[in-house]
Design a protein around this ligand. Structure first.
Ligand code: HEM
Ligand code: NAG
Ligand code: NAG
Ligand code: NAG
Length: 320
């Protein structure tokens, strides 16, 4: 069965948008306009500086927001560090020795605590830093809905359950995203975030040595840096232009140059699944940009804490 732009799919995604809008009813793009007017410019300057120092940091910050939102909602639970009695999300399989950018968020928080004490949540910092990272790498801008509050707890099991390994097949991702109120189109467009950043050999080795729907010269060149044994942490770009937010991820998929099994699952090349959507985004970068921006707003609205729920953390790494 294909996931195409059928009228039923459009109707379902319109409904999903409506539900997401209702769920995020208490979020607003002007939330800090009077309580902390410098919040957005402070975050943007810090992100721009970090990305100028190291372009990959833009990718790392974008991924942090995704991993936050998919586990218990966008509540900065991903930032809670382990201590003597607490094992949080950071030690979960998809996160450990992989997530980066915590120090950038912490430095932004320190600046915001100096200018606007206990006002800007860590969850909102993650959402704005993700948008500013996309822009810094050449992608689309969009207004970020704000007013999320920070969660008081989380656990490792939830992260392992909600974030699937890259060996997972398309159908499981469709189900997993549906569980977050996100459509198959959202799945394809949000995974387009792999237009930036890199992955470790351990996450794509099985694709190089066991799969047939991979471009042969592409696989051969990757095997040199990702041997069958050893080199687990060696890095390879997720698309052919890892420092540019463009639509090359999709043209690469059509050429059999998806790095992760889960990426290539979006384009199997037999017309099944989400093949047609990948062709749309490969042919139309403006459409990818517009749909990505809209999907990021929906992802950012997954189960936010608002009003008097949760708290505004003083230090993003721990509850107050
Ligand atoms: C659909 C399921 C997804 C899977 C299975 C997946 C899996 C992965 C894996 C395995 C890596 C490499 C990690 C490493 O080797 O250390 C990665 C990197 C990345 N992911 Fe995903 N991802 C998915 C969706 C997304 C989404 C929805 C976003 C954002 C909206 C995203 C953003 C990123 C970024 C930007 C990187 C590069 C990070 C860096 O270079 O530091 N991913 N992902
Ligand atoms: C983690 O949280 C989930 C969901 O709230 C819960 O079902 C599970 O028992 C918790 N696990 C641990 C180890 O605390
Ligand atoms: C925040 O808390 C963490 C964990 O307790 C600690 O290591 C870090 O130094 C704190 N950061 C600041 C800026 O106080
Ligand atoms: C450990 O961290 C958790 C989450 O931040 C917090 O709830 C708990 O109070 C901390 N415990 C100690 C002993 O600091």
């Amino acid at each position: 069965m294909g996931y195409s732009y059928s009228s039923a799919a459009v109707a379902v995604s319109v409904l999903v948008v409506a539900l997401a809008a209702a769920a995020s009813g208490q979020l607003s793009t002007t939330f800090y306009a009077s309580s902390c007017p410098t919040a957005l410019s402070t975050i943007r300057s810090a992100v721009n500086a970090a990305v100028a120092r190291e372009p990959r940091m833009g990718a790392s910050l974008l991924r942090l927001h995704f991993h936050d939102c998919f586990v218990q909602g966008c509540d900065a639970s991903i930032l809670l560090a382990d201590n003597a009695t607490f094992r949080g999300e950071q030690g979960a399989f998809p996160n450990v020795n992989s997530l980066r950018g915590f120090e950038v968020i912490s430095s932004i928080k320190t600046q915001l605590e100096a200018s606007c004490r206990q006002t800007v949540s860590c969850a909102d910092i993650l959402a704005v830093a993700a948008r500013d990272s996309v822009v810094a790498l050449g992608g689309p801008s969009y207004p970020v809905e704000l007013g999320r509050r920070d969660g008081m707890t989380t656990n490792q099991t939830m992260a392992n359950t909600n974030l699937h390994p890259p060996t997972t097949d398309l159908g499981n991702f469709v189900t997993s995203f549906a569980g977050k109120g996100l459509s198959p189109t959202d799945l394809v467009v949000l995974t387009g975030a792999h237009t930036v950043g890199v992955a470790q050999c351990t996450n794509f080795r099985s694709r190089l040595y066991g799969e047939s729907n991979i471009n042969a010269p592409f696989a051969a060149s990757l095997r040199a840096s990702c041997p069958q044994a050893g080199g687990d942490t060696n890095l390879a770009p997720l698309d052919s232009t890892p420092n540019a937010f463009d639509n090359a991820f999709f043209t690469d998929l059509i050429a059999g140059r998806g790095l992760l099994h889960s990426d290539q699952e979006l384009y199997r090349g037999d017309g099944s699944g989400t093949d047609a959507l990948v062709r749309v985004y490969a042919a139309n970068p403006a459409r990818f940009n517009a749909d990505f921006a809209a999907a990021m707003v929906r992802m950012g609205a997954i189960r936010p804490l608002t009003g008097t729920q949760g708290e505004i953390r003083l230090n993003c790494s721990r509850v107050n």
